[in-house]
Design a protein around this ligand. Sequence first.
Ligand SMILES: *[C@@H]1O[C@H](CO)[C@@H](O)[C@H](O)[C@H]1NC(C)=O
Ligand SMILES: *[C@@H]1O[C@H](CO)[C@@H](O)[C@H](O)[C@H]1NC(C)=O
Length: 355
Amino acid sequence: MSSFARTLSLAALLSLTQAHGVILNAQGLRGSPASVAFGVNPELARNCTAINPCQQDTGIIRDAEIAANIVNECGRTELTGNIDIGENTENAIAAGAVTQVKSGTQMTVTIHQVNADGAGPYICDLIEAGNNGVISQNLTVENNVPGVNGFSQAKTQDFDIRVNMPEDFKCTGGSSGKICTVRCRNNAQAGPFGGCFPVEQVDIEPNVNTPANIETKLSLDGVFKQVANDVADLPAAVAAIQEAGSDQAKQNAAIVSSLLKQTVTSAPAPVLTPSVILGGNPTTAVTATATATASSADAAQPTETSNGGDNGNGRGGNGGFGNGFGNGFGNGFGGKFGSGRGNFGNKKRAEVFVA
Ligand SMILES: *[C@@H]1O[C@H](CO)[C@@H](O)[C@H](O)[C@H]1NC(C)=O
Ligand SMILES: *[C@@H]1O[C@H](CO)[C@@H](O)[C@H](O)[C@H]1NC(C)=O
């Protein structure tokens, strides 16, 4: 038996109790691209119930594992472990595979029930900031997958459920500043099973982050618990990463990757440096709503003569910083280069590319 085959059977033995439902597709606005759940691999067979391969890319999303800082809100799959929401979101954006939504959009979400406890009911919720760990709203589900406590006798079957976006929400995540993460999972004892997928909101202006407008906070108790968990888990985590870095493990991973034809579309990310107000008093800086005539790096205070509109006239003297704050923070970049650029009122994002 090859060592690859040995690895497979060991993994299969370790995960005997699993069973699953996978989110294969999510469609929001008609004509927009479809999303696929994070971690789902289109190359995996869907016509079997075996743990390997047919259960390998199901999301397992357990509150206890999230609380223990073993995984984040989208859980893990057997094949890849923790699902990095940010990484998967950016991959989906680069691949043009993010479905679009608006206030009240009814999405069609296709759930593949692998075997008995991938059944319904599924419960869906929303992370409006994408990956900040805050489940901000529950979503209504219609036409749920049949089942009680996550069980039914259906297997290898696809079900289309309807998931409704709320009337009132604001997606602020991802590099595009308008991505939410939708999470759906059932209530099976061996699960919960399900997954997360990204949606792009098209009826809002994209969010632009500044360090100061990040609202998430963790309680002191939460921080202590997280530290304690991480310290306790560190030895095992260090050992696991050493193992994963071994030649054998790398070879196995390469084989899996080639079997599953795993590819990631890469798109270059722009280099942006938001301008900041220098030398001013903080109160003015925080409440500045428009920019007019900052003329060099050391002319720090914006004079508020613009009507918040379309003229963020920042001129950077000697490569200094202009002050292009359009319409209340977050929207004015620029002024970084000699002649600076305006045009970022009305919440338009200025894209400053530095090759
Ligand atoms: C199951 O699906 C795989 C591809 O996903 C295919 O290669 C295989 O032939 C199918 N098996 C059966 C029995 O239909
Ligand atoms: C979602 O619903 C559950 C169950 O009723 C509730 O415990 C939870 O607080 C709700 N979450 C939010 C973000 O409203």
